[in-house]
Ligand binder design. Structure first.
Ligand code: 5GP
Ligand code: MG
Ligand code: MG
Length: 183
């Protein structure tokens, strides 16, 4: 589904499907080079990263295995607190593996910095992050994101895996949700 099909709910397309696919190709080429000869494991964060993982993993030349983690971050309103609960843990032992976390978006960065610490504590050989989108707020937190797709403004976006109340994940583009949808 394209963003144009639901234009009354959206104010602006920030990143198009074509831009996303081109960027995934660029980042996949970097990852292929950076992890050559290494035991790479892709870890997607459910559910937002489903679309990024599907397209990014297929843009890679290496046959990297993938695993998934589901976490919930508690906090007041729409801001995460950094207190993270595991809803679905990894299926695999990451000891000695080079883990690349695949994320949809970094906002406060609190969820990601918790994940990086957690994976490091489990004995991963290295832990890096690929986030398709990054908001300015993320710059304030000490989370090193090695691969970033697009820097976007502080707006609530949906599409390409990102939801509002579980909807809009199937949009092919990333778009800003219209304020009337919230109320
Ligand atoms: P944080 O970086 O604040 O710990 O949390 C990041 C998570 O909050 C993302 O993985 C995503 O689930 C959610 N999130 C942050 N910004 C947005 C946004 O603009 N739109 C949507 N749909 N989710 C967001
Ligand atoms: Mg996410
Ligand atoms: Mg969500």
């Amino acid at each position: 589904m394209r963003a144009a099909d639901v234009s009354t709910d959206l104010t602006e397309v920030l990143v198009t499907e074509e831009q996303i696919q081109a960027k995934l190709g660029e980042i996949a080429a970097r990852v292929d080079a950076d992890y050559a000869g290494k035991d790479l494991l892709l870890v997607g964060v459910l559910k937002g990263a489903v679309m990024v993982m599907a397209d990014f993993s297929r843009a890679l030349q290496v046959t990297a295995p993938m695993d998934w983690m589901a976490v919930s971050s508690y906090g007041a309103g729409t801001k995460s607190s950094g207190v993270v609960q595991i809803r679905k843990d990894l299926d695999t032992d990451i000891m000695g593996k080079h883990v690349l976390i695949v994320e949809d978006i970094i906002d406060s960065g609190l969820t990601l910095s918790w994940l990086v610490e957690n994976f490091t504590a489990r004995g991963a050989a290295s832990v890096e992050v690929f986030a398709l989108l990054r908001k300015p707020e993320a710059a304030k937190v000490e989370v090193h994101c090695k691969y970033v797709g697009f820097d976007i403004p502080t707006e609530f976006v949906v599409g390409y895996g990102l939801d509002y109340a579980e909807r809009y994940r199937n949009l092919r583009d990333v778009a800003v949700l219209a304020p009337h949808v919230y109320s």
